[in-house]
Write a protein that binds this ligand. Structure first.
Ligand SMILES: Nc1nc2c(c(=O)[nH]1)N[C@H]1C(S)=C(S)[C@@H](COP(=O)(O)O)O[C@H]1N2
Ligand SMILES: [Mo]
Length: 317
């Protein structure tokens, strides 16, 4: 895993520093580890902006940079080959249709088994200190991408609402508005799209909430303004355009599991040894590559294995 800390999004370094210095600083930061510099930035540098495009003027990740020995998938691929059924079921549909999604104003409601439920405005979420993490993303359909996501640890975000001891799970819900999401009128899935995690999965340091990718605000088709990014699980767990987060005692229903429980489990950990009933999960196609590559257990994130010590990983729960 690669973690980089980015400065608050609204600080436009390129505007205040002459170009050559700015570029040079990027190189220096790349060399010394950006987190030190980012931590020293004053919070007052965060100003609210109307739909900012650049999240991170000090962005260090370049499209062609190697990430953990793997090439980052081009932005142009990740933003045009999507699964977002609220905007259509073919891979090109979301990029064509998701412009109707209105990401302002946007509130995330957090409630359930917690002491400090709240309605959180998206701009206060965007003002948090952001990190960039380059993660593999493996869809259950056997394609994969490598993406530099901009956001913050899910657990850090959740802790502020003080989950109680009854909070065994966390449930997530996507916006459901047929006016903005015309495809939802066709009832392909049971809307709104819902997902869930066990609380210890949600608190794992790898679990991430993304507000951007490649140093820019998330494109609508990739789940703007806020999406889950759970790199060791099949992609359908990474729910997009979140409007509600609820701590629950009971395991919450999840969309694809409700659709076909024999095909899509609740845990849905990437596992090359357990085939989908209709296709093998042993290999995958990295978008842009000709030959398939082996799929890795937990998508190559073995540090999560201890979460599942009591669980039969061959079962589709
Ligand atoms: N609300 C919602 N979230 C969703 C989906 C969806 O259809 N609706 N598709 C899921 C699936 S199957 C995958 S693989 C990823 C795709 O994310 P990407 O398009 O940014 O690569 O989003 C997930 N989150
Ligand atoms: Mo997926």
């Amino acid at each position: 895993m690669l973690i980089r800390i980015l400065p608050p999004h609204a600080l436009r370094e390129s505007e205040i520093t002459p170009q050559p210095l700015y570029l040079n600083r990027r190189q220096v930061l790349a060399g010394m580890g950006a987190d030190v510099a980012a931590l020293s930035l004053p919070l007052s540098a965060c100003a609210k902006a109307d739909a900012p495009t650049d999240l991170a003027p000090l962005k260090i990740a370049a499209e062609h940079e190697q990430a953990g020995g793997e090439t980052v998938t081009p932005f142009s691929t990740v933003s045009t080959y999507n699964n977002y059924y609220e905007f259509g079921t073919s891979k090109s549909d979301p990029a064509e249709n998701a412009h109707t999604l209105q990401t302002r104003p946007w509130t995330v409601e957090v409630d359930g088994e917690c002491e400090a439920p709240a309605r959180v405005d998206i701009d206060s979420i965007l003002a948090r200190r952001l990190e960039q993490r380059v993660y593999r993303h493996r869809c259950v359909e056997a394609w994969s991408i490598v993406v530099p996501w901009d956001g913050f640890a899910l657990g850090d975000f959740l802790k502020q609402f003080k989950p109680t001891s009854k909070a065994k799970y966390v449930a997530f819900q996507t916006l459901y508005d047929p006016k903005q999401m015309p495809e939802t009128r066709h009832g392909i899935l049971d809307w709104p799209y819902v997902e869930g995690l066990r609380i210890d999965e949600a608190m794992h340091p790898l679990a991430f909430l993304s507000v951007g990718m490649y140093g820019k605000v998330l494109p609508n088709q990739d789940g703007a303004p806020l999406r889950l990014t759970i790199p060791w699980k099949y992609g359908f767990k990474s729910i997009k355009s979140i409007v509600r987060i609820r701590f629950t005692e009971q395991r919450p229903p999840t969309t694809w599991n409700k659709m076909a429980s024999n095909e899509y489990g609740f845990y849905a950990n990437v596992n090359p040894h357990v085939d989908h009933p209709r296709w093998s999960q042993a290999r995958e196609r990295r978008l842009g590559e000709l030959f398939k590559r082996d799929t890795l257990m937990f998508n190559g994130y073995p540090e999560v294995a201890s979460l599942y010590s009591g669980l039969n990983l061959r079962m589709n729960y």
